[in-house]
Design a protein around this ligand. Structure first.
Ligand code: SF4
Length: 348
């Protein structure tokens, strides 16, 4: 893989993008109340619905819930947006989620609070390099994670999210297929270990999940011996090894509701705590440690791009039509095939 994409260059591209985007300004609660009111009325006026990811900030999630929208993982966001009768989808999340909504619902207007909200996995998988890599392995099925650009999806045979990746790879393995997996190397490695599939992996990573540390989690376990450890498989293998449950965001949320432990150490974006605490107000949720005290990362247990979604930008998008997502038609038509395959697979 190193001949395809240089990891140091990739990290620097990711950091450069992070430094170039402005963090949203802090508002007072009075300002937020006014914004919430305005957004709710704009949603009605514009026949729009708010589709928010679990990793967005609490105020966005609460508004989605309050206004008849949805809080979900990327698979459910895609499905909800495609099935909802609103003519405008306001997607609070990161860019590939807006693109996915547009690919599935070209007749709808898709708005995002900011088009600067991207993802290290998407940045780390440029279509030209990826396409060249696929061309070197024409005997393999190309399976890409949803966290990719529309152009990369258009090059794939399958799109998957973390909630169905294992099932799809098992299905392909049963059919005797060999696989190219992109872009998350940790999730790909986890699937490979679980399924025994013949996979070659792209070298991408999520800058949030990659920061979790097994030692820190074990130290926390000593403080909370009855805690269950919930880990998203975008985390490194050493972190997955100390987990009681490994799963997608929605699978971890389900586990936190169903397990009887009173404490959970959670190795995924802390945005999920909003729904976890809402579902289990008597349980304690503790962030899994990341790079440790003194770390200077902007991604410690919270995605810096998800954090760009603010009420103010959301209001602007609805009021002014800013942040509209477009996907060129030729790419859209190609990307729809593996996306639809994923949705149909889930249904069958
Ligand atoms: S949490 Fe990681 S995978 Fe999710 S959007 Fe942020 S960078 Fe991408």
């Amino acid at each position: 893989m190193s001949e395809v994409i240089d990891k140091v260059a990739l990290r620097s591209t990711v950091q450069k993008h992070l430094s170039s985007v402005e963090k949203p300004s802090e508002n007072t609660s009075l300002m937020n109340d006014a914004l919430r009111k305005e957004i709710k009325s704009l949603l009605i006026q514009k026949n729009a619905v708010l589709v928010a990811h679990y990793y967005t900030d609490d105020d966005i999630q609460a508004l989605a819930e309050d206004s008849g929208g949805v809080i979900a993982d990327s698979l459910e966001m895609a499905r909800f947006g495609a099935n909802h009768p609103a003519s405008t989808l306001v997607v609070a999340g990161v860019k590939f989620m807006g693109e996915t909504a547009k690919i599935l619902s070209p007749e709808k207007t898709v708005l995002m609070p900011t088009l600067e909200a991207t993802c290290s996995l998407d940045i780390g998988c440029p279509v030209d390099d990826f396409s060249a890599f696929c061309d070197q392995h024409p005997d393999r099925k190309v399976v890409v994670y949803a966290n990719t650009s529309a152009a990369v999806k258009a090059r794939a045979d399958w799109v998957v999210t973390s909630s169905i990746a294992l099932d799809v790879v098992n299905h392909l393995t049963d059919m005797g297929e060999k696989i190219i997996w992109a872009p998350d190397q940790h999730l790909g490695g986890y699937i490979q270990r679980e399924t025994g599939a013949d996979m070659i992996l792209w070298d991408g990573a999520c800058i949030v999940h990659e920061e979790f540390k097994a030692k820190g989690i074990l130290d926390l376990k000593a403080v909370y011996p009855n805690a269950a450890v919930l880990v998203h498989p975008e985390s490194p293998e050493s972190v997955v090894e100390v987990a009681d449950v490994v799963g997608s965001t929605s699978q971890l949320l389900k586990a936190s509701k169903e397990m009887t432990n009173d404490t959970f150490i959670v190795a995924t974006d802390r945005g999920i705590f909003y729904k976890m605490k809402q579902a289990s107000p008597d349980k304690r949720f503790v962030e899994a440690p990341t790079a440790g005290s003194g770390a200077s990362c902007r991604s410690c247990a919270h995605c810096p791009w998800m954090a760009l979604n603010s009420l103010e930008l959301l209001r602007n998008a609805l009021r002014d039509g800013s942040g509209e997502v477009f996907v060129d038609e030729a790419t859209r038509v190609k990307a729809l095939v593996p996306l639809q395959r994923m949705l149909d697979f889930q249904i069958s």
